[in-house]
Write a protein that binds this ligand. Structure first.
Ligand SMILES: *Cc1c(COP(=O)(O)O)cnc(C)c1O
Length: 428
C-alpha cells in the first residue's frame, strides 16, 4: 500500500511497515525469535528451496529486520536491501558475491579510515586487493580498472572532509567498463542524495550514523538498484552461473532484479552470519521516522557554523562542501541539492598540538569515534580513526595532523558556536 506514496517524509514513516498482521500493533514489533514454525513439511521444503518466501531462521530473515530492509530500499529507490550487523559488515556483504581470489576493487582515497584499513589490509586475506585513486581524476579511475576489477567504491560525501563525489562521472566510467559502482551513502543519507539516481549499482550504509541518528545502534545495509545485468559478462558467476553454495541455483535467471538481494540473504547472511539484531532494527526504524527533519537541522547548523568558523582567527581552513570557498560547492546542486551534509574538517593554525588541546577543551561537543548523532561530536582523525594510515594516506584522505573532524548535531547553533569559540580561544 505504501508503494503509492512518493514523498520522502511519508516513506520514512510508513514504507515497509504495515500494522502487525498478528496483533494489529501499529508500531513494528520487535520479533525477538530465533526460529519460525513451519506449517508442514512441504512448507519447510518450499522455503528452503526459495520457491516460497518466508521466515526460517533469524540469521537469514526476521520480520522486524525485514520491515527495515523494505523501508531502506524504498528510501534509496532500490529493488531490495539486506541489513547486517554493521557498516563494515555491509561492505563485505556487498563485495562478497562479486569477488574471488585475484580480483580487485578500485576505491577512492577519500574514505572512512576504517574502510581504508579494511580494503588495504584485511581483504588481502581473502585474496582480494584494492587500488586507491583520487576520484577527482577521472582518467586515473579509468586507468586503475583492469580485467580483474569487479567493483568501484566511493562515498557520496566523503568522511572526514565532506568532499562530494561526482557520482554521475564515476558511474559513466563503471557503465563503460561493465562493472558495478558501490556507493557508501552513510554521510549523505538518502534524504540528501540517492546514489542510484546517479548510476550507482549498490548502496551501502552504516545505519550506526544518521539513519538511526542517536548513537544507540551498530548496523549496516546493502541496497541493490536491481538494474545491473549480472549476466552480461562472465565476471559475476555467483549471480549469473549455477551457485554451488545454493544447490546450483542461477540467482540472476531465477530472481531477476532481486538476484543480489536474495543472494545476500540466502548465501551472504547464511554463511557469513553478519546478521543485524531485531532490537537494533526497531531502533533504526524509529530513527528513520525523523530522518528528514533531523537532516534539515544538521545541514542548517553545519552551513551556519562552517561559515562562522572560516572567519575565526585560530582557523586556517574549513572543508565544508557547502561553503563558497569549497572546490566541491559546484557539485552540491547536482549531487546533494538539499545540502552538503553536516560533517567536515577544520584545520587549526596551531597544528597537531592545538588540535589535541581543542578536542579536550570542548564541553558540549563529545569527543568520540562516531558521527551522525543528534549530539555534536569531535575527533582528531590523525591520532585516532586515521592513525593506522601512513602520513601520505592521511593527507590524501583529508585527515592531516592539523585537522579536526566535526559532526554537527541538531542542538542550537548558537550554543555550539559558543562552545567552539571558548575552546578555540583556550588553545591560544
Ligand atoms: C562508520 C562508517 C562506516 C563503518 O560503519 P560501522 O557501522 O561502524 O561498521 C563506513 N563508512 C562510513 C562513511 C562510516 O561513517
Amino acid at each position: 500500500m505504501t508503494d503509492t506514496f512518493q514523498d520522502f517524509q511519508t516513506l520514512a514513516i510508513h514504507a515497509g511497515a504495515e500494522p502487525d498482521p498478528a496483533t494489529g500493533a501499529r508500531q513494528t514489533p520487535i520479533y525477538q525469535t530465533t526460529a519460525y514454525v513451519f506449517r508442514d513439511a512441504d512448507h519447510a521444503a518450499a522455503l528452503f528451496n526459495l520457491a516460497e518466501v518466508g521466515y526460517i531462521y533469524s540469521r537469514l530473515t526476521n520480520p522486524t529486520i525485514g520491515a527495515l530492509q523494505n523501508r531502506i530500499a524504498a528510501l534509496e529507490g532500490g529493488a531490495g536491501a539486506v541489513c547486517c550487523s554493521s557498516g563494515h559488515a555491509a561492505q563485505i556483504m556487498a563485495l562478497f558475491p562479486l569477488m574471488g581470489p585475484g580480483k580487485n576493487i578500485v576505491a577512492s582515497t577519500r574514505l572512512y579510515g576504517g574502510t581504508i584499513t579494511q580494503f588495504s589490509q584485511t581483504i588481502k586475506r581473502f585474496g582480494w586487493s584494492c587500488t586507491f585513486v583520487d576520484f577527482d581524476d577521472l582518467d586515473a579511475v579509468k586507468a586503475a580498472i583492469d580485467e580483474n576489477t569487479r567493483a568501484v567504491f566511493c562515498e557520496t560525501i566523503a568522511n572526514p572532509g565532506g568532499y562530494i563525489t561526482d557520482l554521475d562521472a564515476i558511474s559513466a566510467i563503471t557503465d563503460e567498463a561493465g562493472i558495478p559502482l558501490i556507493v557508501d551513502n552513510t554521510t549523505a543519507t538518502p534524504y540528501l542524495c540517492k546514489p542510484i539516481e546517479h548510476g550507482a549499482t549498490l548502496v551501502v550504509h552504516s545505519l550506526t550514523k544518521y539513519m538511526t541518528g542517536n548513537g544507540t545502534v551498530t548496523g549496516g545495509a546493502v541496497v541493490d538498484s536491481g538494474k545491473f545485468d549480472w549476466s552480461a559478462s562472465d565476471k559475476f558467476p555467483s549471480l549469473s552461473q549455477p551457485e554451488p553454495a545454493y544447490h546450483g541455483l542461477c540467482f540472476h535467471e531465477a530472481l531477476g532484479p532481486m538476484a543480489f538481494t536474495f543472494h545476500g540473504i540466502a548465501v551472504g547472511l547464511r554463511d557469513l552470519g553478519m546478521t543485524m539484531n531485531p532490537q537494533g532494527a526497531h531502533y533504526t526504524l524509529m530513527g528513520i521516522e525523523t530522518l528528514p527533519l533531523r537532516m534539515e537541522k544538521h545541514v542548517a547548523n553545519a552551513e551556519k557554523i562552517s561559515k562562522w568558523l572560516e572567519t575565526h582567527p585560530a582557523v586556517s581552513a574549513v572543508t565544508y562542501g557547502g561553503l563558497d570557498s569549497s572546490p566541491y560547492k559546484a557539485r552540491v546542486p547536482k549531487i546533494c541539492p538539499k545540502g552538503a551534509g553536516a560533517l567536515f574538517t577544520v584545520s587549526l593554525k596551531g597544528g597537531y598540538e592545538a588540535c589535541t588541546k581543542f578536542v579536550s577543551e570542548l564541553k558540549l561537543f563529545s569527543h568520540v569515534a562516531n558521527l551522525g548523532d543528534a549530539r555534536s561530536l569531535v575527533i582528531h582523525p590523525a591520532s585516532t580513526t586515521h592513525r593506522q594510515l601512513s602520513p601520505d594516506q592521511q593527507i590524501a584522505a583529508g585527515a592531516a595532523p592539523d585537522t579536526v573532524r566535526l559532526s554537527i548535531g541538531i542542538e542550537g547553533a548558537d550554543d555550539l558556536m559558543a562552545d567552539l569559540d571558548q575552546a578555540l580561544n583556550a588553545i591560544g
